[in-house]
Design a protein around this ligand. Sequence first.
Ligand SMILES: [Zn+2]
Length: 71
Amino acid sequence: MPVAKSELPFAETSAGPPAKPCPICGKPANLATRPFCSKRCADVDLHRWLGGVYTIPVADAEAENRDADKT
Ligand SMILES: [Zn+2]
C-alpha cells in the first residue's frame, strides 16, 4: 500500500533531533508528549506552572456536619 509520506508534518524521522530526557523524571522523552516522557509528567509540569505547588482544599467542616447529622 502506498503511503503519502509527503503529507506528514514529521516526515524526516530518520534524521530527527535526539530525544532529550524528560525534565520531570529524567526518562527518555516520548515523541507524542515531548519534551516529557509521558502525559503524566506533562501534567506535573502544567501544575507547576499553574500553582507552583499542589493545593488540596480541606473539607473539615463537612466531617463535623456528618457527626451532627445523626438523630
Ligand atoms: Zn517523565
